[in-house]
Write a protein of this length. Structure first.
Length: 276
């Protein structure tokens, strides 16, 4: 983009289940409210349309960028609100692979045009005693490409959830010009309580960039709960806006001038040194 400007960004928090229509209805209602308060970019969490058994997920997969009913409804919403939308975690079909899908972040501009697709690189395979035991790689294929997109405020680096634990990805995106990073998530209640805020603030401080993290919250099933606490953090590591619990949204300004100010006064990105 030839010019950038301060931009009002919203994180939307909800509790997705297996009813796609109900999930979208909640998100649309909250997004309309956020847009009415001035949001110009509205961001949704990972697995925004469906969070449940793999068999049900397979029934709603859509190819991208062409899409199907879910993507088309989101494109209509972007046009209605005249807002950009970040669809945090879209269940994307893989041609020729009937067993797996991609976990894909989709950036729509205000006309509903797909401007960027990011396929989650780091898959959540964990076995935590008295906590989550998940193996995302059984049903999801990993991406292999870092992705940025242009926005009204500048370049946005796209990441998803578990990517948050891998700082090299954020450094690479920053080196390519990102001044903000999106982290749509469905962080588990166990790992979120221990690590969510620390990791998000670390990525913001390390990269002197904004972090935009819409998240799922609450119980989805007998063995799956998400932490919530959707948040926007500035390049100094300060929390600008946060939703603690429940459905809702929060709005903060992403200001490219603030990124420049922080990076000039504390030039840690320029001061990096090679070592062996």
């Amino acid at each position: 983009m030839s010019s950038t400007a301060p931009t009002q960004v919203a994180v939307v928090q909800h509790n997705a289940g297996t009813d796609v229509a109900a999930n979208l209805s909640t998100l649309i209602q909250l997004s309309r409210q956020a847009a009415a308060e001035g949001a110009q970019l509205i961001t949704w969490a990972e697995a925004f349309a469906y969070l449940g058994r793999h068999e049900g997920k397979q029934e709603i997969l859509e190819t991208l960028p062409a899409g199907g009913p879910i993507l088309h409804r989101c494109q209509e919403l972007a046009q209605e609100l005249n807002c950009a939308l970040l669809l945090g975690g879209f269940h994307e079909a893989i041609p020729g692979d009937a067993q797996r899908c991609y976990n894909t972040s989709v950036y729509l501009d205000e006309t509903g045009t797909v401007k960027a697709l990011y396929r989650k690189i780091h898959l959540f395979d964990v076995n935590i005693v008295d906590g989550p035991q998940l193996r995302e790689s059984r049903q999801t294929a990993a991406g292999n490409r870092a992705v940025l997109t242009d926005t009204a405020f500048g370049k946005l680096g796209l990441t998803i959830c578990y990517d948050l634990r891998f700082p090299a990805l954020y450094q690479a995106l920053t080196d390519q010009g990102a001044i903000a990073h999106s982290v749509p998530s469905a962080f588990t209640a166990t790992t979120g309580d221990a690590h969510w805020h620390a990791l998000l603030r670390a990525r913001a401080i390390e990269n002197q960039s904004y972090v935009i993290a819409p998240a799922q919250h609450g119980r989805h099933s007998a063995n799956r709960s998400s932490y919530g606490h959707s948040v926007i953090i500035d390049p100094w590591g300060r929390v600008l806006a946060e939703i603690d619990e429940g459905d809702g949204y929060a709005i903060a300004t992403i200001d490219p001038a603030e990124v420049a100010r922080v990076r000039e006064q504390l030039p840690s990105l320029k001061n990096r040194q090679a070592f062996s």
